[in-house]
Design a protein around this ligand. Structure first.
Ligand code: HEB
Ligand code: HEB
Length: 448
């Protein structure tokens, strides 16, 4: 069999499920805000194009939500199936955020359904707009609660361990862990950023394909603006995430930076490779960068991997994930800045095919940054599933069927992934903006 070891197979399946789920989760958290902003601008400017954006995005969003429910359910199922000992130990404590997550999700889904199917019944667009408030809040809250849970796995608190049993559980204290503020803020900001750049990519793609419709210009301009704001926010918060790691999970930061020896005035190491003797080669070193990321001052001391036993060293591969995330973050900030300066100064190249192609590329790149961020933070917790308390090996199932599950779930995700693309394409290609604008005008009795 391909996956002899159930622990390894469980990790592969968890990796597969979460990496797939996070695509939908990110859209699920981010797109409601875009819909809300478009609807709001549409009301303020009395502009049918923005109102149509809100409508079309909400319709597409309903499809991704549906798939998100399936993959989210797969996570819930796999948590108990693959990590039974973890659930037995911590189940009591994580039940609260898990429940709140599901609750927030239903809250969001109900209002989304009402919003999406009642658009034409509201004469007053402002009242229709109000329905979006619970959608946005519910979406952000479900992202918040699930991240709270992940924060707990990284810096657990709110209980005592006696004879291997978790007692005196205080689920509320367990939600307010040291990892929580930075993680929640970083996850929300990057979800908003990524969703905005995803829609910007679609708009830019339409324009490359020859659309000259003002609808796509407005949509590109607006989503690039939102993307710029949240990519800057993501970087500022990411800096705080680094400070959190330096204080509470220094081994993760050290592994991500290939920082083997504790030192003062440590440089930030980007790219490079490790040779057989664990010597770093071809790396770009930004002087004092790591000390600044870790503690905010150039000469502070940064703990290295020399302070940790070998068995507690996270996999050094997370360095590449960290690099990837940071590089993409910096790239997206630069790209959107150049776009705006270019528009203001009327630089012709911002309308060129190659520049728009870069914007198209920015959509998938942002998703890649999300994946890289999670791979880094999750693998960086190795060997712990619950940091300092339970290891991954101890948490896993011993079932021999996990290998089979990897294949079956892999097929399911493939099917869902292709299905999403096919359905969304049909939905939008068969219903182009021009035709829908006509319909919208007719529905409003030609009052535009
Ligand atoms: Fe990030 C994570 C930093 C950008 C996404 N981040 C993370 C971490 C850090 C960072 C330090 C870890 C934390 C823990 O573990 O706790 N970032 C950072 C910085 C920057 C960034 C500095 C700037 C460049 N990110 C970014 C971007 C994105 C991201 C752009 C996307 C889009 N991250 C992310 C995620 C994660 C991270 C998703 C996971 C979660 C948490 O928070 O943890
Ligand atoms: Fe986590 C694992 C991702 C969230 C639970 N994760 C894991 C992994 C990955 C991930 C990649 C693998 C690692 C290794 O192998 O080492 N996550 C992720 C993502 C997310 C998450 C993307 C977002 C969605 N998690 C999460 C949550 C939870 C979890 C929320 C809870 C409940 N994880 C988990 C577990 C595991 C993991 C249980 C297994 C163990 C380890 O660590 O591995």
């Amino acid at each position: 069999m391909l996956f002899e070891d159930p622990v390894f197979a469980s990790r592969v399946l968890t990796l597969l499920t979460l990496s797939f789920h996070i695509i939908y989760a990110t859209i699920g958290v981010g797109v409601p805000l875009l819909i809300m902003i478009a609807h709001w601008v549409g009301i303020k400017k009395n502009d049918e194009h923005y109102l149509l954006m809100a409508k079309r995005w909400a319709r597409g969003f309903a499809v991704t939500v549906a798939v998100g429910v399936v993959t989210g359910t797969a996570i819930g199922l796999q948590l108990s199936l693959l990590w039974p000992n973890f659930m037995e130990l911590a189940g009591n404590i994580i039940a609260l955020p898990l429940f709140l997550e599901v609750f927030a999700f239903f809250f969001e889904a109900i209002f989304l359904g009402i919003y999406a199917y009642t658009g034409d019944r509201f004469k007053d667009k402002r009242k229709h707009f109000l329905l979006l408030i619970p959608v946005v809040l519910g979406a952000a809250a479900s992202g918040l609660f699930i991240t709270v849970l992940n924060a707990f796995m990284n810096s657990p608190q709110g209980f005592d361990i006696v004879n291997g049993q978790l007692i005196n559980a205080n689920p509320v204290a367990a939600m307010f862990t040291p990892a929580m503020p930075t993680k929640v803020a970083h996850v929300l900001a990057t979800a908003f950023m990524t969703s905005a750049f995803m829609v910007a990519a679609i708009s830019a793609y339409k324009m490359i394909k020859g659309s000259n419709h003002i609808y796509h210009k407005k949509s590109l301009y607006m989503t690039m603006k939102i993307g710029l704001v949240f990519s800057i926010a993501a970087a500022l918060i990411g800096d705080f995430s680094g400070k959190y790691l330096a204080e509470y999970q220094p081994e993760k930061l050290a592994a991500a930076e290939w920082h083997f020896e504790t030192e003062e005035g440590a440089p930030l190491l980007m790219y490079g490779i490790l040779d057989e003797n664990e010597e770093v080669k071809y790396a770009l070193k930004i002087p004092f960068g790591l000390s600044i990321l870790a503690h905010g001052t150039p000469n502070s001391e940064v703990i290295g991997l020399d302070q940790f036993p070998v068995e507690e060293t996270p996999p050094l591969i997370i360095h590449y994930f960290f690099d990837l995330m940071i590089t993409i973050g910096v790239f997206m900030i630069s790209l959107s800045l150049v776009y705006f300066i270019g528009i203001k100064r009327a630089w012709p190249f911002v309308k060129s095919k190659w520049f728009r192609s870069l914007i198209v590329l920015g959509g998938p790149l942002s998703f890649l940054a999300i994946e890289a961020g999670w791979w880094m933070t999750e693998m960086g917790r190795y060997p712990w599933i619950l940091k300092g308390i339970m290891t991954i090996d101890a948490a896993a199932t011993s079932s021999e069927y996990v290998g089979l599950m990897v294949i079956l779930f892999g097929l399911l995700y493939l099917f869902l992934g292709i299905g999403t693309v096919v359905v969304l394409r049909r939905m939008f290609v068969n219903n182009p903006v021009e035709i829908e604008l006509e319909k919208q005008r007719v529905a409003q009795g030609g009052e535009t």
